[in-house]
Design a protein. Structure first.
Length: 249
């Protein structure tokens, strides 16, 4: 299955221009082990046809395209200042298409999975977005979520990145259930990241992530954390990962 290359697709207009003001996306380009880890946790549930919501500049989209069985990726991004980079990044991928807009801005065939990585916290009405995601899934399809965890960690980095919230485990489960999903997997990820985020956002009150610090953490910490957490789900973590089915039972 193939789709038109994104450079042949005109950007979809929005009701009004939206620009993303966060500055962390450039630094997160360095987080290769981190993104690969998330993509491989999602891999068993992706299916052939994937919609990524809030794809940004396309960093995570490339890791999704690298997973076995993914034949078509629709990468959606509403921010006018991010979409050109996303479109350019995916231009060489025959299996990918970039769409400027919000989920629900156009009619799309049902997907095997809808992916949101560090996106849900940016949305004021998160349950409404979850319900929209469910409407875009085939029966039995999967919603794949990765969100920031622990409300008490909310600090300067979250505010600068336009985060409305960080999630508790029970809170995220309730949101998913309210939207009509059956939660299959829900657990914390990246225990050491709790300390690093607290230091950066609550103590030092930084407003962005530096490339050097992201690169150090990604190369020196993430591989070890991954080996441990693949065998043991931590009681707390910087993030939460969830897999939810669009079909109850």
């Amino acid at each position: 299955m193939t789709v038109s290359s994104p450079h042949r697709v005109a950007p979809r207009p929005l009701a009004e221009r939206f620009d993303y003001s966060g500055t962390e996306l450039g630094a997160m380009e360095c987080a290769r082990n981190y993104h690969r880890w998330i993509a491989e946790m999602f891999s068993p549930y992706l299916g052939a046809r994937v919609i990524e919501v809030g794809a940004g500049v396309g960093t995570f989209a490339e890791y999704l395209l690298g997973q076995p069985g993914v034949l078509e990726l629709l990468a959606m991004e509403p921010a006018a200042n991010l979409f050109p980079a996303l479109q350019q990044r995916l231009a060489g991928h025959e299996r990918a298409r970039a769409i400027q807009g919000y989920l629900g801005c156009e009619t799309l065939p049902p997907a095997d999975s809808v992916v949101l990585v560090n996106v849900l916290e940016h949305v004021r009405d998160d349950v409404a977005l979850l319900r929209t995601a469910k409407a875009h899934l085939r029966a039995g399809g999967h919603l794949l979520l990765f969100v920031p965890a622990l409300p008490w960690l909310h600090g300067s980095l979250d505010r600068a990145s336009e985060h409305f919230r960080r999630y508790r485990k029970g809170q995220l489960r309730e949101r998913l259930t309210s939207a009509g999903f059956h939660v299959k997997t829900l657990h914390y990820v990246n225990l050491p990241g709790v300390a690093s985020w607290f230091l950066a956002g609550k103590v030092l009150r930084r407003k962005t992530l530096g490339s050097s610090s992201v690169l150090f953490y990604d190369r020196c910490v993430v591989p070890a954390v991954r080996r441990i957490e693949e065998r043991w789900n931590p009681l707390l973590g910087q993030s939460l990962i969830a897999v939810a089915s669009a079909e109850i039972g």
